[in-house]
Write a protein that binds this ligand. Structure first.
Ligand code: HGA
Length: 610
């Protein structure tokens, strides 16, 4: 959350910074700003609202210069106003952009106010810029003052700093929030992720926690947490800038929903061969660990947590390995008991989710057999810090509401289940059937996408409602949770997901003719039970929407108000298939309500604060 771009070059850097911020808007979009060294002063432009507001401001009041920093914000401290937008400056001598939370900002702020500094914002960030100024005023150079001030910060941060007295240099640092350094020819860059710079360079250093970097047009020096010069590997990143466009779709979310057949096929490719998991899936060391696993703890947040919940049903039913799933922000602050031979597994699209990373860091100190992760971003903090990372091959996901990332997470978790099934010597015919279901999955998802017109009609029935209930049973219960989350996130309709059997224990009281109830009804051993739960809703006048397998012998046709039949899949991959029409349903409801589908209010994609 919050995106940072900083550039030192021999050309005007304003456009490079603004273009970089555009790709980082997924990280936060409540305000944006830029600071450019312009002759004898630092020119700052900042605006509340999206980057488009800043662009208008820049068109009205242009700036130009060879060195600058930029920021797109997701507020944690102080409202999303222009005053609280970054960059923050101290006496127009130093300017700072920051992603994260400075936890000790209150005492620092009080000390600085006592020393005579006047604060212009309510942010935690402003303390850093005055602190650097304070040390400079005592005679330190830009570099020494910045290192000194950064060393005093507690909490999480990625920062970039520019300074009038050393106008070619940018100093940046990270601890807990992501930051990469891009190297160009006569120009160097810093950004929150590689996407922001991919039009400028493909050469990147991934900074480690505690690193401080100093760049000028023609130099780049990295220092570790102890202040010692350090080399970080230079990586060549192959990411096409086309992957970051909407490709003709109205929204990134819609494009990403439609990319799912390909994303799943890419995630399976080379990992499944002749009905067996191939050595390309995980290496021998990881396989050796899986051979010892007696328990699994899955820790994640949001949509990734729902992926974990589905995996628990698969892992326990197919491999009989006891599996617990927990929300990372809860797990990290309790004292979990870790039985012998327990595998820690965390799931995160970005690989930068602060709570999941903290859980991983705790797990590395606890009695776990090993740490595994499922993640979409190679070289992310999670990828680098976990012992074994299995990448999803979803490609960049820009829409804040996760779609193809979840589908590919589930695909990886299904492959992992199959791998463990091989290790546990589950019957070969069973395993073959699971593998076949995975192979046919992209085609079946494609069929679900063809239901779009029917789903749009359903969306029109829901668009005026204030609340909705999503029901599922068994492995489809997490899909009901995810359906509700998606609707909340992008349409702002209050929605809850429930295991259908739980209705009578409370939520049934909410049901009347104004309550849409959306039921996920696959053709499985719980279908009859679910039908009874649906009857309970019908008897109370709730408006029923059902998604069913088209081959099932359900008796729902005359008992629900709206019914959509899906191409039948096997029971293993069924939760993945049923999730797709729910994504489309939320999407169409949100479009009809006129919300900002790709950038819903109050949210951001990569949640790098706790
Ligand atoms: N704490 C700073 C930065 C916010 C942030 O990184 N959000 O993810 C602020 O509120 O401005």
């Amino acid at each position: 959350m919050c995106g940072i771009v900083a550039v030192s070059a021999n050309r005007n850097v304003v456009e490079v910074i603004v273009n970089g911020l555009q790709t980082l808007e997924y990280r936060g979009y409540d305000s944006a700003g830029i600071a450019i060294i312009e002759g004898d002063h630092i020119a700052i432009r900042k605006q509340a609202g999206k980057l488009s507001q800043l662009k208008q401001e820049l068109a009205a009041h242009p700036v130009a210069g060879h060195v600058g920093i930029g920021h797109t914000r997701w507020a944690t401290h102080g409202e999303p106003t222009s005053a609280n937008a970054h960059p923050h400056d101290s006496n127009n001598a130093i300017a700072v952009v920051h992603n994260g939370i400075i936890e000790n900002y209150r005492p620092l702020r009080e000390q600085l106010i006592a020393a005579g500094y006047a604060f212009k914002s309510a942010t935690d960030t402003e303390t850093l810029v005055h602190l650097i100024h304070h040390y400079q005023a005592q005679g330190m150079g830009f570099s020494a003052a910045s290192h000194q001030a950064i060393g005093q910060l507690e909490g999480a941060y990625a920062v970039a700093i520019t300074c009038m007295s050393d106008p070619n240099r940018i100093i940046a640092a990270r601890k807990g929030s992501p930051l990469v350094v891009g190297l160009g020819d006569g120009e160097n860059f810093v950004a929150s992720d590689v996407q922001a710079l991919i039009n400028e360079t493909n050469q990147f250093h991934y900074l480690e926690d505690g690193d401080v970097v100093e760049i000028t047009q023609d130099s780049c020096h990295i220092f570790d947490a102890a202040g010692q010069p350090v080399e970080r590997e230079l990586k060549t990143v192959t990411l096409s800038s086309e992957a970051l466009t909407k490709d003709g779709y109205a929204h990134y979310m819609l494009k990403e929903i439609h990319e799912q057949p390909t994303a799943v096929a890419n995630t399976i490719a080379e990992r499944l061969y002749n009905g067996r998991i191939s050595p390309y899936f995980i290496n021998e060391a990881a396989t050796a660990i899986l051979q010892q696993v007696d328990n699994i703890h899955i820790i994640a947040c949001g949509t990734s947590y729902h992926a974990g919940l589905v995996a628990r049903y698969w892992l326990e039913a197919i491999t009989q390995i006891p599996t617990q799933v927990e929300i990372a922000s809860e797990y990290r602050y309790r004292k979990p008991v870790v039985p012998q031979n327990t595998l820690f597994l965390t799931i995160s699209q970005s690989g930068e989710t602060a709570d999941s990373l903290a859980a991983l860091r705790f797990a590395k100190t606890a009695n776990y057999l090993s740490t595994f992760a499922v993640c979409n971003v190679a070289n992310s903090s999670l990828d680098r810090e976990t012992e074994h990372c299995i990448l999803t091959h979803a490609g960049p996901e820009i829409g804040v509401a996760s779609t193809k990332a979840l589908t590919t997470q589930l695909t990886v978790l299904a492959l992992l289940t199959l791998k463990l099934a091989e290790i546990k010597q589950v019957d070969e015919a069973v395993r073959k059937n699971l593998a076949e279901q995975l192979i046919t999955l992209p085609g079946i998802i494609n069929q679900s996408l063809l239901l779009d017109d029917q789903i749009k009609v359903m969306a029109e029935k829901i668009v005026q409602r204030d609340n909705a209930l999503f029901l599922g049973r068994g492995v489809h219960y997490p899909i009901a949770l995810e359906g509700a989350l998606k609707l909340k996130e992008i349409s702002y309709i209050h929605a809850e997901g429930y295991p259908a059997g739980e209705l009578k224990h409370g939520p049934l009281a909410l049901v009347d003719e104004k309550m849409p109830v959306i039921a996920v009804c696959p053709n499985d051993e719980l279908l009859e039970k679910l039908e009874s739960n649906i009857e309970e809703v019908r008897a109370r006048g709730g408006e029923l929407f059902a998604f069913v397998d088209h081959k099932s012998q359900h008796g729902l046709k005359d008992r629900v108000n709206h019914l959509i039949e899906l191409e039948a899949s096997g029971s293993f991959t069924s939760p993945i298939v049923f999730n797709v029409p729910l994504q489309l349903l939320s999407y169409h409801v949100a479009v009809l309500r006129g919300t900002d589908v790709d950038q819903p209010r109050n949210l951001a994609k990569s949640v790098t604060v706790e």
